[in-house]
Design a protein around this ligand. Structure first.
Ligand SMILES: Cc1cc2nc3c(=O)[nH]c(=O)nc-3n(C[C@H](O)[C@H](O)[C@H](O)COP(=O)(O)O)c2cc1C
Length: 385
């Protein structure tokens, strides 16, 4: 059956992904923290936004390209960084980087993804961004930045909102091996879950298991739980304002700071020379009382002015949500889980399928609104149900 008829909405792929991958992996992808209150609110916020169309504008042919950080992208959205994407579906990074290149939107590779920046930028080319978790070891940081620059990467996202690992209760319940937090071995339950999802298990084995190819050069040949612990010791809670200044000084390309929710943090970051902000609550995975970035947008915009690019993520699940965020004042939108559900459900076809739905939905919603450019969306009346 034609997959575009079977899964016409990105939300259709969530259930399909749940069937296809083991419960402990699905819990890793899907869960928030605590009671999932922030994660749930991320959806409620979008579902409650109304956009008022204007009519009698004749035939509307929307141009959905945008200029961001001096570059034209063919869509106003991109892929948020997802750690361990290759555990969720083997090769997910390459699938998404390829889709990003074909369709002309950015793909951000996580520091703790399964693939290396070298392999991903070979596929994603100028659409490949790199997300940095600032390591404790400054030499390691310098080397990661060197590698990203040598790969031709022009934009990095520095993530600020993981001062410590969060409790992921649903992962515990599903028996997920969590490295430095909770279960530290592959229990019989996890092995059973893997055996009962043979396609995932086989492909994961063929892909070398859970790899951290960006970090492997620094881990003295350690693998498995040992490298997970090494990474945990390097990446949690090292970032402060002085470290941001060092990174700003070292990195010549675009520097985006991700996870900012407070206008004071935003103002200070801009003074220190960041080129843009990704306002985000990490998809509800860090603090179960975090506000939604859309609620913070106005205050942050007022603090940093109209010219600084503000990118938004957390809870976006459709082209309609992308348009809702843009009409609310964001310059660009990113999606994390939505792309990953698609790849988990459809494997190699998942990147193009998700991209195809989003591109068509954004165009369709704009036509329904009578708006023919992304900038024009600012004129749309945004209300509440
Ligand atoms: C499984 C998973 C892993 C993630 N890993 C990272 C990461 O390595 N670095 C990072 O900056 N954000 C990470 N995030 C947060 C995403 O980049 C993004 O902020 C979040 O997914 C947006 O919410 P959404 O999933 O509702 O779109 C992760 C999110 C998920 C769901």
């Amino acid at each position: 059956m034609d997959i575009s008829n079977k899964y016409p909405r990105l939300s259709d792929l969530e259930a399909a992904a749940k069937r296809k991958i083991p419960p402990f992996v699905y819990a890793y992808l899907d869960s928030g923290t605590g009671h999932d209150n922030t994660k749930t609110a991320n959806r409620t916020v979008y579902d409650s936004i109304t956009l008022t169309p204007k009519f009698l504008r004749g035939r509307v042919d929307p141009d959905i390209s945008v200029n961001l950080l001096g570059k034209t992208y063919q869509a106003p959205f991109g892929v948020s960084p997802i750690g361990l994407s290759s555990l969720i579906w083997p090769g997910a990074e390459l699938v998404l980087a390829k889709a990003a290149k074909v369709h002309g939107f950015p793909y951000a590779l996580s520091t703790v993804a399964g693939e290396s920046i070298e392999r991903v930028s070979a596929v994603g080319g100028d659409m490949a961004w790199f997300q940095l978790y600032a390591p404790f070891d400054r030499a390691l940081c310098t080397d990661l930045l060197r590698r990203a620059a040598e790969c031709g990467c022009k934009t990095i996202i520095l993530t600020a909102d993981v001062p410590a690992p969060s409790r992921r209760e649903r992962m515990r319940i599903a028996g997920a091996p969590l490295g430095s937090r909770g279960n530290s071995t592959f229990s019989p339950r996890v092995i059973w879950q893997s055996m009962t999802h043979p396609e995932w298990a086989l492909r994961t084995l063929m892909n070398g298991g859970a790899r951290f190819r960006n970090m492997e050069p620094y881990a003295n040949g350690q693998r498995g739980m040992a490298i997970t612990k090494f990474i945990g010791s390097q990446l949690n809670g090292s970032l402060d304002w002085d470290y941001l200044a060092e990174i700003r000084q070292q990195w010549q390309g675009n520097l985006l700071l991700k996870g900012i929710l407070h206008a004071q943090d935003a103002t200070r970051a801009v003074k220190m020379g960041v080129d843009g902000l990704v306002i985000s609550n990490h998809g509800g995975r860090q603090l179960d009382a975090a506000p939604h970035p859309l609620g913070q947008l106005q205050g942050i915009r007022a603090a940093v002015g109209g010219n600084l690019p503000i990118i938004i993520d957390s809870g976006v699940r459709s082209g309609l949500d992308v348009v809702r965020a843009l009409a609310s004042g964001a310059d660009f939108v990113m999606l994390g889980r939505a792309f990953m559900y698609s790849v988990a459900a459809l494997g190699r076809r998942g990147g193009d399928h998700a991209a195809g739905i989003l591109l068509e939905e954004v165009r369709d919603v704009m036509a329904q609104l009578g708006i023919d450019s992304i900038k024009g969306l600012r004129d749309v009346h945004v209300g509440k149900l």
